[in-house]
Every structure is written in structure tokens, then in C-alpha cells.
Design a protein around this ligand. Structure first.
Ligand SMILES: *Cc1c(COP(=O)(O)O)cnc(C)c1O
Length: 511
């Protein structure tokens, strides 16, 4: 079967190649790219073949269903996958910590064994290699001045920036500029971003807020002339390659529990912000993986939880700053992809074009009125695959404490605050599930606790045996503070100043 991609807001039959979907990122109409068909995998293939594969081999089996061999030959796809996951500290890439608490059926899927200790590495290590692959192929042996280059510009409130930098460091013909608000990210986050020595990477520490940084990045994308001169690229969470790379760990962890037995009941619980992580689970389920439910766990920024309860997708006033900052969002950008499937499932014969029209209307309402509403039949359809839980800051602290006290394998397990949102959501689900004894819960762990020291300390500092330095901080993060930092200070949050700085730094990089 040949695979192509269409935009979620398109009312035309037109589709684009995988390469265009990845390099362009967003549809010309502002929609998100979705595969023209979700490949179907039989129970036989899954439980007698895939269940025995390594993470890398499984990733290959999945990805080749979404990327035509005529676009990326299988040998190249394999190389890309192997290279991307060779940077992980765990041989299993995303190991499953089974049965964390004796008798509780809670299993922690550790997604933080990549170079920056965050789940985004699983996708961004692959995306960086994929960008480089496509550029190299087009550029061949052209001399420096004639080669196509990409300038990646992004803003971070702390966590995503480092995963993007580690995905792109040292990549040929790509430069990366990450803006962050001076003094408003944690010391470890700053060290991770600014100690990368590669010449194609530059962080910009901007006097201002995260919103200032994000507004400047948006303005740079909208600046036609700058864009044409620099080929500005993004690796943000709506890129299809990020979703694709994340599908693997749903299958992989499922098989760690089920083995070749398809009758085990499994629920995934996913700390969610932009809905990219859990959306990959939706694709796994639609491919045929017999998941019972995907549980959306939100913090106090709860647009997704409110939607599933009311049918209104509505921006609330302001983003709340919570203990799980990587989930602090007003709008979940990837949710649009799910909405497209929900809209289409209501239509006779799964009409793609009509679905695009409906989505387009919903998102123009969101833009003009700050909200849109869907009918009860759409919510009913969503609840077949999803459920949701909202978790507050006090509950995060309580859950870190409780898990530290009750975990048995290993003892004194320390959750990061995002993972704690998921674990609390598991307990909420268990209280509702009358058959909870028969269900295995896989709770996704999205970050290493060392990255969120203040929340972890706030929860655990009263335990006399606890020490952040000894129990939490990994040796290679400890080493970062001694390395030289490469920081460019930007005195004002001003787009012209930042454009000029990028130009100046680009000429120094001499790529
Ligand atoms: C990005 C992130 C999330 C949220 O993932 P989404 O794909 O945006 O839903 C959760 N936890 C951590 C630590 C993250 O970095």
C-alpha cells in the first residue's frame, strides 16, 4: 500500500509525500498532516511476530507502514532508526518498570533514557536524523554556497529546547537557535542547552517572558523575507515524524506485559499537554493494538478534560504555572488530528473532504470566538478510546510522596512531577474501574526527576533518608555545571534585534 499525507483542514483530495509532510511541518491551510490511511496489523502479526522484536526492529516494522520504500529505502530507514536510538542509555530504549507497587498493577514506562532525560528525545533524536537525511539527499556533493540549508528557530520555557538541540547538534546544513527567557528556566535546563559545543547550535537568552520569546518566534515564521532567505524550520510538536516515532513504545510496552497473549487488558495513562504523546497511542490502537483505554491526564491546564466532559473546546483565560510546566498549555495543538478522525467517523463512508470542511469551521470558530462545540455523538465516539483525569498541584506533591513511601520494586521510587500527574490519574481510574484487578495500567513517565528538582524537593525534603544529590541527580547531569556555557544575551525582546543576532551568528557558524 502506498502512503501519502493530507491536511486536516483540506477540502480537496490532494495529498503530499512523507518528505513534504515532514519538512513543511504544517499544511498550507494551517492544518496538520495525517496519513491517508491508518495501516492495519493483524493479531497474528502482532502477537506471534512483533511481540518478540527489539525496540529498533519494532520501530522499523511500524515506520515502514507509514513511509513508502520509494521515498526512503528500507536499509536507510533501518539505519536512521538504529542511529537515533544508539544515543539512549538503556538497551531497551524505553524500558518498562513492571509492578512498581506490590499488587497495584501499575507499570511505569520510562521514556526518559535519551540524551536530555525527557520523553521528547524519543521523537527528536529521530527527527534530527530525518531532517539531515532529506537535506543530504537533495544537496549531494554540491559546494557549500549552493547547498540548501535549514535554520531551526524555537522558543522554550525550559524542557523542549534541550531535546531539540540534542536532536540537531552537529547535523550538516542545519543551524538551530533556541530562545528562552533569561533567569526563568531552571539551572539544569540552562546548563543542558548552553553547554552543547557544536557550532551549529546557539541559545539566545532573552530578557523577557516565555510568551515574549514565543511571540518573536511566531513573528519570525510570518516574516516572508527572512523566511525565504533562511528557510526557517520548526521541529515543534505538530510534526508528523514526532508522532510516528512515538507509536513504537505503545506496542513495545504492551508486549512487555502481554507477551504473545492477546487477552490481557491494558490501559495507558499519559500526562498530556499538546496531545502528541497520547495521540501516538491512538494510532497504535487504530492499527489494531487491543488497548482498553487511553487515559488523558492533565494538570490544572485542563482544556482536554473539560472537552471530554462538556463537548466545548474552549481557551481559558491564562495559562496556569503548575509544578508540571511541560504540560502548561491553553490549546493542545495535536488534538486537531484526533478531532479530524472524530468528525470523519460521524460521516457516511468516512468522507475525508467533508471532515476537512468541518475541522476548518471548528478552528475558524476557535480563532474568532475562543471556542467551538461538538455534538454529544462526537464525545460519545471519543469516549470509546479515551478517558480523562485532571490532577492538581497538591495532588502532584502527594503522589510523589506516596509513591516514594509505597513503591516496592524498586523501593523509594522517585517520580518527576509530570509522571506524578499520570500516576495520580491511574489511582483515580482504579477507583472507578470495577474490574481494576484484571487491568494492567501502563503509566507513561515523561521526564527524569532530576530535571524538576524544586518540585521533587518540595515533596521529599522532610524524609531524612532522601538526598537530591545522591538519590536523583545522575552523574552526567552533575558534570554539566563545570562545562563552559555558550550564551548569547539579548537585552530586549525585540524581533529586529533577534533577527540581526541570528544573521550575525549564522555568518560566524559558516555552515
Ligand atoms: C512535552 C511533555 C509532556 C506533554 O506531552 P504532549 O505530547 O505535549 O502531550 C509531558 N511531560 C513532559 C516532561 C514533557 O516534556
Amino acid at each position: 500500500m502506498s502512503q501519502t499525507y493530507r491536511s486536516s483542514r483540506s477540502a480537496s483530495p490532494e495529498t503530499v509525500s512523507f518528505e513534504t509532510a515532514i519538512i513543511q511541518g504544517l499544511g498550507k491551510d494551517g492544518g496538520l498532516f495525517i496519513p491517508s490511511a491508518i495501516p492495519q496489523v493483524s493479531q497474528e502479526t502482532m502477537f506471534s511476530q512483533w511481540s518478540k522484536l527489539s525496540f529498533q526492529d519494532l520501530a522499523f516494522e511500524i515506520m515502514k507502514l507509514y513511509v513508502n520504500e520509494s521515498e526512503i529505502p528500507h536499509a536507510d530507514l533501518k539505519d536512521l532508526i538504529n542511529k537515533s536510538y544508539s544515543t539512549f542509555r538503556s538497551e531497551e530504549v524505553t524500558p518498562l518498570n513492571k509492578n512498581l507497587i506490590e499488587g497495584d498493577n501499575i507499570n511505569i514506562l520510562e521514556l526518559f533514557h535519551g540524551p536530555t532525560y525527557a520523553f521528547k528525545d524519543v521523537a527528536l533524536q529521530f527527527v534530527g536524523n530525518l531532517f539531515e537525511y532529506f537535506l543530504n539527499r537533495g544537496n549531494g556533493d554540491l559546494p557549500k554556497e549552493q547547498r540548501k540549508k535549514i535554520t531551526v528557530v524555537g522558543a522554550t520555557s525550559g524542557d523542549t529546547g534541550s531535546a531539540a538541540i540534542y536532536g540537531l547538534r552537529g547535523k550538516k546544513d542545519i543551524s538551530v537557535f533556541i530562545l528562552y527567557p533569561t533567569g526563568r528556566i531552571s539551572p539544569i535546563q540552562e546548563e543542558q542547552m548552553t553547554t552543547v559545543p557544536d557550532k551549529n547550535v546557539q541559545t539566545l537568552s532573552v530578557k523577557g517572558t516565555f510568551d515574549n520569546c514565543q511571540d518573536i518566534v511566531k513573528a519570525i515564521f510570518a516574516d516572508k523575507e527572512f523566511n525565504e532567505n533562511h528557510n526557517v524550520g520548526a521541529v515543534n510538536s505538530i510534526n508528523w515524524a514526532r508522532i510516528l516515532a512515538q507509536i513504537t513504545y505503545y506496542f513495545y510496552s504492551y508486549f512487555k506485559i502481554s507477551g504473545s497473549n492477546p487477552d490481557i487488558k491494558i490501559k495507558f495513562v499519559v500526562p498530556s499537554g499538546n496531545f502528541g504523546d497520547i495521540l501516538a497511542g491512538y494510532f497504535a490502537k487504530k492499527m489494531g493494538l487491543p488497548v482498553q483505554k487511553l487515559v488523558i491526564a492533565t494538570n490544572e491546564n485542563d482544556i482536554l478534560d473539560r472537552f471530554l466532559k462538556s463537548g466545548d473546546y474552549a481557551r481559558s483565560g491564562d495559562v496556569k504555572a503548575t509544578l508540571s510546566p511541560a504540560m502548561d498549555i491553553l490549546i493542545s495543538s495535536n488534538f486537531e488530528r484526533l478531532l479530524w478522525y472524530l468528525a470523519r467517523d460521524q460521516l457516511a463512508n468516512g468522507d475525508d473532504i467533508k471532515a476537512g470542511e468541518i475541522l476548518s469551521k471548528w478552528f475558524s470558530d476557535l480563532k474568532s470566538q475562543g471556542k467551538f462545540s461538538v455534538g454529544p455523538e462526537v464525545i460519545k465516539a471519543a469516549l470509546v478510546d479515551f478517558d480523562s483525569e485532571r490532577v492538581s498541584d497538591p495532588e502532584i506533591l502527594e503522589t510523589i510522596k506516596q509513591t516514594y513511601e509505597t513503591s516496592t520494586s524498586p523501593k523509594n521510587y522517585i517520580l518527576d512531577p509530570h509522571t506524578a500527574v499520570g500516576v495520580k490519574a491511574v489511582y483515580n481510574q482504579k477507583a472507578k474501574d470495577s474490574n481494576s484487578k484484571d487491568i494492567q495500567y501502563i503509566s507513561l513517565s515523561t521526564a527524569h526527576p532530576a530535571k524538576f528538582a524544586s518540585a521533587v524537593d518540595a515533596a521529599l525534603r522532610n524524609y531524612s533518608a532522601y538526598s537530591f544529590e545522591k538519590d536523583v541527580l545522575p552523574a552526567d547531569l552533575k558534570k554539566l555545571s563545570a562545562l563552559p556555557k555558550k550564551i548569547k544575551l539579548i537585552e530586549r525582546a525585540d524581533i529586529e534585534l533577534i533577527k540581526a543576532t541570528i544573521d550575525e551568528e549564522l555568518s560566524k557558524m559558516d555552515l
